[in-house]
Structure formats: C-alpha cells, structure tokens
Design a protein around this ligand. Structure first.
Ligand code: TRP
Length: 329
C-alpha cells in the first residue's frame, strides 16, 4: 500500500444526490482516491435516529450508489458499502459506549439541534450518534475524515473517545482520526437563501435530464434587488453568478460579471448560459449513470463486495479491540 493513509467518510442515505452533495462531498471523495486508501459508507443505521418511517430507506440507500459511482468513485480502488452490512460497527459502538460520557454527548450542539427538531423522538440512538460515528471511523483505522465543518464537534468527539479507550485499556488499537475540512463554496439552493438540500426542496438533482435541469435553473432566485431587466444587477449577491464560477469558463464569468452590472445581460439569458454549461459538465456523468441504472444487480454486487472487504478490516480491528478490553476469547 503506497498511499498516504486511510480515509473514511459516511453520508446519510438521502437517495439521489444533488449538486450540493456533489460539490460539497462527492467531488472530494473522488479526488482523494488517488492519494489515499478510501472507504465510503452509506450510513443507514445513523439515518434511523431521525426517521419516522423506514419505508424509503432501502431505496434511498441504494440510490446513492449510482451517483457516487458515476461521479468517479471507483469500486476497484475504494471500498463503497452500506453501514449495516458490517455488523462489527454495532459491536464497537457498544464497547465505545462504556467510555463515552453522557454529559459530553448531551452537551453537543448537534444533539441539542436534534432535540429541538424532534422533541418527541429523543431516542438513545440520537444521543449515541457520535459514538456510532466514532465506531465507523475507527473500525477502519482511518487516519483522515473528509467532512463539512458542521461535523467538527463529532470528529473532536471521536478523537477524545479514542484517547479514552486507549488510555482505559492501555491499548494502541484505535487510531485518532484527523478531520479534513472540505472547503467548498457554500452551495445555496435554487431559492438563493438556504443551503441546498432535499428536504428544503431547493435542490438540483444530478440525475435530471438536461431539459429538467434547465427548467429548475430557470426558477433560481437571482439578485433580489434586480426587479426589471433594465435594472443593473449585483453578481456579488447572486447565487446564479456564484454557480457560474464553478461551471462556466473564466471568460464567461468575466462577461457576466461586467454585463450584469450594467444591465447588458438579463437574468434569463444568464441562467440559460448557466444551464447549458452545467449540462455540458454533467454529460459524462449522466452517460455513466445511465449505464449503471440499467443494471441494478451490478450495483448491489458492488455494495456487497465493498461490505465483504470492509468486514475483513473490521473483524481484524475487533480482534484487537476485544483483546484490549479483555473480553473472553
Ligand atoms: N454524521 C455525518 C453527517 O451527517 C455522517 C457520518 C456518519 C459520517 N458516520 C460518519 C461522516 C463517519 C464521516 C465519518 O454528515
């Protein structure tokens, strides 16, 4: 293994991925493959902590895969799997629970947010969420965890838990992971107000057809001060302009920057250019995705093969963990 260490990251099973998922996580997962040994997981067990019904769980878990694979996550290079396919993670979760401070867990801002969001479903799993996340990471002895800044308290928690475990059992079995903050332009939704998200229904799905994509792009909110075509606009506050920076050529970005400010180009034309460039960027992705979609059996095979490889690493770690704890052989 000539790579620089192991990477682990997990994502909740939210089904078909959108532009925010792509720019915020998937793109980075893809580039890390060349330098690290990567393990990417769809965390279906974590999803249970906030779910009212599991009706769509299987479908939403499965549908992450064609998007990840079409975006360039290579199942020969990396391990792609579903969390619940590796039961060792729940065993490690239980063991780590005993070195987890309840006070620290209930103090976490992420926990408090969840309590506010679902006051009638403050289940034990919600409190233990960061413990399960720690188990995810350390089970694979991951050195690096690429996540958004919102996950910082969880990674810090994981580091502390590893130290507690290794100290309590005088062990070196678990590795303290480092967070790699994914620096991405904040991807706002089509409303131009909130972060792009499926539950906000302001997202642009990667799997849409070019026509559907253009339609959604045309609904995007631009500079709210620019009411008429003749009004000069302010690209600095326009979400469409910030998306141009990601998907359009530097020349086009410069042109729009200048022309918008002097009402030389209107929002409709500006969005048309954006839709065209976005579609051009996504064309190879869509082609690969269509190939995967026509063969769901192959996707399950990839996920099951990933789980098999993941279980091998996981079981080796658990042998060390059980011995460190002093559980009977
Ligand atoms: N908590 C993460 C999120 O909501 C998902 C996650 C679960 C995760 N386990 C992980 C991320 C392990 C990184 C590593 O986005």
């Amino acid at each position: 293994m000539s790579k620089k260490g192991r990477v682990f990251s997990g994502a909740r099973p939210t089904g078909r991925q959108h532009l925010g998922n792509y720019l915020g996580a998937i793109r980075n997962y893809v580039t890390m493959q060349s330098q690290y040994d990567c393990v990417y997981c769809v965390v279906d067990l974590h999803a249970l902590t906030t779910m009212e019904t599991t009706r769509d769980l299987k479908q939403n878990t499965f549908e992450m895969a064609p998007d990840w694979l079409a975006a360039g996550i290579d199942p020969k290079e990396s391990i792609v799997f579903v969390q619940s396919h590796v039961p060792q993670v729940t065993e490690l979760y239980t063991i780590l629970s005993m070195v987890s401070s309840l006070g620290k867990l209930t103090d976490l801002p992420t926990f408090k947010d969840k309590v506010r969001l679902q006051p009638n479903n403050v289940n034990l799993g919600l409190v233990g969420y960061p413990v399960l996340m720690t188990a995810d990471i350390v089970l694979y002895k991951a050195n690096f965890v690429p996540v958004g800044i919102d996950q910082a308290p969880h990674i810090e928690y994981a580091r502390e838990t590893v130290r507690s475990f290794n100290y309590r059992y005088n062990s070196t079995a678990l590795i303290e992971p480092e967070m790699v903050v994914t620096t991405v332009p904040k991807v706002l939704g089509t409303d131009g107000q909130r972060k792009m998200g499926k539950s906000e229904n302001n997202h642009i799905e990667l799997a849409l057809t070019p026509e559907e994509t253009q339609k959604v792009v045309m609904t995007m909110v631009t500079d709210p001060q620019r009411l008429r075509r003749a009004d000069p606009g302010n690209p600095d506050v326009c979400n469409v302009f910030s998306m141009h920076k990601t998907f359009s050529s530097p020349e086009e970005v410069e042109m729009i920057n200048t022309e918008c400010r002097r009402a030389g180009i209107g929002c409709v034309d500006c969005k048309k250019i954006y839709a065209k460039n976005l579609n051009a960027n996504l064309a190879p992705f869509r082609e690969r995705r269509a190939a995967f979609e026509s063969n769901p059996g192959a996707i399950w095979d990839i996920l099951h093969d990933g789980a098999r490889r993941a279980r091998e690493i996981a079981e080796a770690t658990m042998v060390e963990v059980r011995a460190a704890v002093g559980l009977p052989e």
